[in-house]
Design a protein around this ligand. Structure first.
Ligand code: EPZ
Length: 416
């Protein structure tokens, strides 16, 4: 079957309203955390994404019962029959590694394929492993699998060398059923961590301090079920705001928590696009004139690395030179090569990229190297002259629900 492509005819301003779906990076750890519960969990506002489908399969492979009705996902993990996440699943989505913590806590053992690297970096998991060992698990590598076992996790004080989102999530889940208290220091502070903690506390967990650098978890013996609404996807929302700025449009993005987008809002206003905050919407007005600004990606509450590719694209249309520094991942500039094919003036120098603008982008055939680069190329195509073809669309389906329909409804000339 010929691989899907997205075709965009550039030059249309975005206008109107776009609804934002539930957060991919909140719902993936939350579905995994449902493994901790001996009851039934109902997760609300689950986006229809390929990655969610993979996590669904991983949990079914472990013996959990899942049923999906539209945006609702019911998970019953009361009786698990396996503690292995296969190589095939982890290769499809490295976030499958997030089942390690719950399996260790619930079953006392886990066999999860070691996640490989991906386009944006080697993505090691040694911080996860160190934390599990601190809680009393013994870990070894065998045939590419991480084998972990414990006679019962014990609370520990764990310092994370880097505020890793995944390590914070995995260790927070493991500590929930450990004996005694755990303190995570230098923890990640992303909103998705807070949402996960709220979900676990809804099941009877005892987590305090999520969203700060110090998270305290008092272990409990068992968790009940719960019902939880997933927070909106701040990166999807930010991507649409950048698309509006790129096309000189005027757009309202609905189902947003403005507080989660502070660095993105601040930068877009610095570029020259005023943004009005309403209760749970953001309204952006772009008049086509864009001022080059510098950005440096940092762990939350800094500028999000998942918005770097989209912002680099915007800077190709801005007046002046913009220096973009990526401090979180070691190889997250692949979109620069593709943007150059469209006429952008970008020079790479290690962790920094210098973008000179404004360039008049030309439509071209380009390929998405990762999920956010794919969105960046669509944003470029919306403002390019002529027709663009974006390949590797399966990458984009991993993290953007109904993207073509949402952009079409806002005036874009886009089709699959
Ligand atoms: C999460 O990945 C997100 N994925 C990523 O979103 C996001 O870019 C990233 O956090 C940073 O915000 C999900 O939530 C499913 P990290 P994660 O552990 O947990 C290094 C997207 O597009 N590191 O905070 O893997 C690592 O190599 C995706 O939606 C170690 O060195 O991110 C990276 O350089 C892309 N050792 C940095 O930390 C470890 O043990 C950040 O990784 C763990 C991480």
């Amino acid at each position: 079957m010929p691989e899907d492509k997205i075709i965009v005819e550039g030059g249309r301003r975005l206008a109107g309203r776009i609804p934002v779906s539930g957060s991919k990076n909140a719902v993936l750890p939350i579905i995994s955390a449902a493994l901790l519960s001996s009851g039934q969990c109902r997760i609300i506002d689950v986006p229809d994404l390929a990655d969610v489908g993979v996590m669904h399969q991983v949990l079914e492979g472990l013996g959990a019962k899942l049923s999906r009705q539209g945006k609702l996902l019911d998970v019953d993990a009361s009786s698990l029959s396996s503690c292995e996440a296969s190589d095939e699943m982890v290769r499809k989505m490295r976030a499958s590694f997030l089942v390690m913590g719950p399996l260790l806590a619930r079953m006392g053992q886990a066999r999860v394929s070691l996640p490989g690297g991906c386009a944006i970096g080697t993505r090691p998991v040694e911080l996860h492993i160190k934390g599990f060992e601190a809680m009393g698990a013994s870990i070894r590598n065998e045939h590419g699998y991480v084998l972990a076992e414990t006679s019962g996790l014990k609370g520990a004080r764990i310092y994370l060398d880097f505020p890793s989102v995944g390590a914070t999530e995995n260790l927070m889940m493991a500590a929930t059923l450990a004996k005694g208290s755990t303190v995570l220091e230098n923890a990640a502070e992303e909103p998705e961590i807070v949402d996960l903690a709220n979900f676990i506390n809804g099941m009877g967990g005892r987590i305090r301090g999520a969203g700060t650098k110090i998270i305290k978890i008092d272990g409990v013996a068992e968790l009940s079920g719960c019902e939880h609404q997933v927070i909106p996807d701040r990166i999807e929302a930010g991507s649409f705001l950048v698309a509006a700025a790129m096309t000189g449009g005027e757009l309202t993005v609905d189902n947003v928590i403005p507080d989660h987008l502070k660095p993105v809002i601040a930068k877009l206003e610095e570029v020259g696009c005023p943004i009005d905050e309403e209760e749970n919407s953001l309204h952006i007005r772009a008049n086509g004139r864009l001022q080059a600004v510098d950005i440096k990606t940092l762990p939350y509450p800094g500028f999000p690395t998942d918005m770097q590719a989209q912002f680099m694209t915007l800077m190709t249309r801005a007046r002046g030179a913009s220096v973009i520094t990526e401090t979180v991942f070691e190889n997250r500039f692949m979109h620069a090569e593709e943007l150059r094919r469209m006429g952008a003036d970008i020079r790479l120098n290690g962790r920094s990229a210098v973008v000179e603008g404004p360039s008049n982008l030309q439509g071209a055939a380009v390929k998405a190297s990762d999920l956010r680069a794919g969105m960046a190329l669509i944003i470029a195509a919306l403002a390019a002259e002529g027709v663009s073809e974006i390949g590797n669309v399966n990458m984009i389906d991993r993290g953007y629900e109904n993207l073509v329909e949402k952009l079409k409804r806002a005036g874009a000339d886009i089709r699959r």
